[in-house]
Write a protein that binds this ligand. Structure first.
Ligand code: NAD
Length: 478
């Protein structure tokens, strides 16, 4: 018996959760359910995180969490419980299988069976944002080596376990050479450890276009958080309905399983929602806790039900479907099919699923890190970069000089173009001349001189080299 925390959520949540639990219990799932309340009611009672401390205790104790979608109330101050849960519990891997059920569910892509493995904790979802000038706000994109290693290894281990042939990586490292560059580099390193699995990398824009056009060319796709968030919805939707896909959020200690869609409030309370997405999440949960026989039984019964043409409204199509049913009737049909396999769709077998080999991250020895310059970010409402350069030259130190000014990344001094549009946010790079070095005391002195010259410095970024290699971006056009 495995203890599982269950949250029935909001909108269609309670209906699809009841249907899901009924099916898996009828199939013989050996689980003990501990229910908690999260979401709208908790938010509206004044708890801006949408969950109480007692509920956290239960989730952390049971470690396995099956969650229906929740409604995040509109308006300021409410934190997304999904993002918080993933990050608090270290659920670094978000696995989203998206498979066509042609010809039983209408889709433009009859041959599609892909799994998106989305990094779940970092990237722009660190949520670190600041307004720095009247005109400019920033969001920090954080990508870490442990984050990349864990998610890429997860993708390859998953591919190996599921007998999949290829892992593709999507990034935009032609532009973001440091952040997406690290993700790509770690992908190339870890791919070497799995010679039996094909690997490839696509720039995300053309990769995404190809995925939406010829999904049959892909198998497992691993990507950073934001790209994975967007593309997994695209992938689920093009199989026929976003209501068909489930997702597993896996961490080293805990795991959370859910549908990929939201609480669809307009459909709530009408017994119409498709419980398949949450059921797929529950099947992944059963596999995760080792009840593979039950998972297999449920999945085959579900496939057979869809094959029989018993469809909820979202996938019902005159001519293809046989019977339009509600949430409860769909669940009853799946239960009636327990023990049966689909005859045309491929049935599944999870019997020999081996465990994933996911060693703990081991920190590498520290590299030789050297300070080689500094970027001062300045709020200045002028328009002519030459004028700003004149002001900045007054704060230079002996042997430490202004080397470049950029605006939104593009070099505007020296030798800028008049045509370049400039905001009030300037990156001003100071570097030592060849015969000198720079220290943090020098940065402090530069900042002090800037105050004396009435220059509004809003932040600094130190420029480092690691093992002799420059580890910062050049100005565009430099
Ligand atoms: P949604 O996914 O809830 O619904 C979009 C549309 O998809 C619905 O109107 C419906 O037509 C269809 N749909 C979704 N699930 C379906 C199902 N099971 N069966 C049949 N049709 C289905 O997206 P939304 O309307 O943008 O969001 C509604 C709420 O859900 C928001 O408050 C949002 O914050 C929340 N949300 C929660 C989660 C989560 O808890 N994991 C995820 C996404 C959105």
């Amino acid at each position: 018996m495995t203890k599982v925390t269950v949250a029935k959520g909001d909108g269609i949540g309670p209906e699809i959760m009841d249907a899901t639990l009924e099916i898996i219990l009828a199939a013989g799932a050996k689980i003990e359910i501990e229910e908690i309340e999260v979401g709208e009611k908790v938010y509206l009672a004044g708890n801006t995180s949408g969950i109480s401390n007692e509920s956290w205790d239960i989730i952390r104790r049971n470690k396995i969490f099956l969650k229906a979608p929740i409604t995040t109330p509109q308006g300021g101050g409410y934190k997304s419980l999904n993002v918080t849960t993933r990050k608090f519990l270290g659920l670094y891997s978000n696995v989203r299988p998206c498979m066509s059920l042609h010809p039983f569910v209408e889709t433009k892509h009859p041959v599609m069976d892909i799994v998106i493995v989305r990094e779940n904790e970092e990237d722009l979802y660190a949520g670190i944002e600041h307004q720095q000038t009247d005109e400019v706000v920033q969001c920090l994109k954080l990508i870490s080596r442990p984050g990349c290693e864990k998610i890429v290894r997860y993708a390859f281990e998953y591919a190996k376990q599921q007998n999949r042939k290829k892992v593709t990586c999507f990034t935009k490292d032609n532009i973001m050479k440091q952040t997406d560059g690290l993700f790509h580099q770690v992908f190339d390193e870890i791919a070497q450890e799995y010679p039996e699995i094909e690997n490839e990398h696509w720039i995300i824009d053309i990769g995404a276009a190809k995925m939406a056009d010829t999904p049959e060319a892909f198998d497992v796709i691993v990507m950073p958080n934001l790209y994975g968030d967007v593309l997994s919805d695209v992938a689920a939707q093009i199989t026929g309905s976003v209501g068909l896909a489930g997702s597993a959020n896996i961490g080293e200690e805990c795991a959370m399983f859910e549908a990929i869609h939201g609480s669809a409030p307009r459909r709530a309370g009408q017994n119409v929602a498709n419980p398949s997405g949450l059921l797929q999440g529950a099947i992944m949960m059963l596999n995760h806790i080792g009840q593979t026989d039950v998972a297999e039984k449920v999945q085959n019964a579900w496939l057979k039900t869809l094959e029989d043409g018993i469809h909820t409204y979202d996938i019902f199509k005159e001519g293809t479907s046989n019977q339009k049913v509600g949430t409860k009737e769909f669940a009853q049909a799946v239960i009636a099919n327990l023990g049966y396999k689909p005859s045309k769709l491929k049935s599944v077998s999870y019997a020999n699923s081996s465990a994933l080999n996911l060693p703990k991250y081991i920190r590498k020895p520290a590299a030789k890190k050297e300070l080689v310059g500094v970027d001062l970010f300045v709020h200045w409402a002028g328009t002519n970069p030459n004028e700003l350069a004149e002001k900045l030259k007054k704060i230079e130190l002996d042997g430490i000089q202004l080397s470049m000014i950029t605006n939104r990344g593009i070099k505007v001094w020296p030798d800028g173009f008049n045509e370049t549009f400039c905001t009030d946010h300037w990156r001003c790079r100071f570097k030592p001349t060849e015969s000198t070095t720079i220290t943090k005391i020098d940065i402090y002195q530069l900042l002090k001189n800037a105050i004396d010259q009435d220059i509004d410095t809003i932040k600094t970024e130190n420029l480092y080299s690691f093992n002799g290699k420059a580890a910062y971006s050049l100005g565009q056009g430099q």
